[in-house]
Design a protein around this ligand. Sequence first.
Ligand code: BT5
Length: 269
Amino acid sequence: MKGNKLKEVGDFLKMNYVEQKIINFEIIDSTNNYAKENAENLNHGTIILSQEQFAGKGRMGREWSSPKGTGIWMSIVLKPKILIKDATKITQIAAAATCKSIRELLGLEALIKWSNDIVIAGKKVAGILIEASSELNEIKYIIVGIGVNVNNVKFPEDLKEKATSLFIESCKGVDREKLTTKIVENFWELYNLYINDLNLEETLYLVRRYSAIIGKRIDLIQGKTIRKARAIDINDDGFLIVEIENGNTELISSGEVSIRGRKGYASFD
Ligand code: BT5
């Protein structure tokens, strides 16, 4: 374990959140796995970063490509007193914070592909993986995994069509430390509003304003079933309101279905 690579992040957090611990790895299977395996002994707010992941994970057993030194591969350990049903709100907080940070730091037109992808020009630049453990209905811990493609210049063949990086989109090198700090800062602000005041307004404002799908035609994918629909809005509880082709309106919970654009993975019309 090395403790000085993403030094500025550590300095920022030490100044601002004294109790927060940052764990830096050169290489690890997955920062989420590490966080889960050690959750009992890690304090609320602990941040795990790695330069590289050799078994980075997406949702539902999918892989997350995490080459060395190119991206932000980060997990945040949370131990909030919330019900398991509210864990999906943390996905929206993380997506809003990541999207906002990319916009603030780089001025790129990042959008949220509801609910856990950040896309630029129809390609995925970041993904969020929330893993929670609960007892009865109460959360024991939530691990917020955030992966951002920062300075990748190319992608493996199978990702070429749907992945991009901040470097590719902005044509300049991006300071990972600054971006990591900004994401953590924005995440913490939105998270505290929610946890302390049950205030999700700013998060909902961001996920609506920067939605890649509201008003667009989408395919709703649930297992082997694909339904054509239109995304109408996100309601105050964070559910996506969709109008199915047959005219019925449905509320979709984060994580319940996958969404695809009619013209491709994240190209919406
Ligand atoms: C995600 O899953 O988008 C969640 C990604 C979370 C990654 C972070 S990194 C830190 C922490 N530790 C971990 O092990 N994970 C978290 P999902 O929506 O299931 O998307 C996965 C799909 O995205 C894959 O099946 C690929 O098609 C595609 N993909 C894989 N790597 C990618 C990359 N680097 N950039 C863009 N797309 C990628």
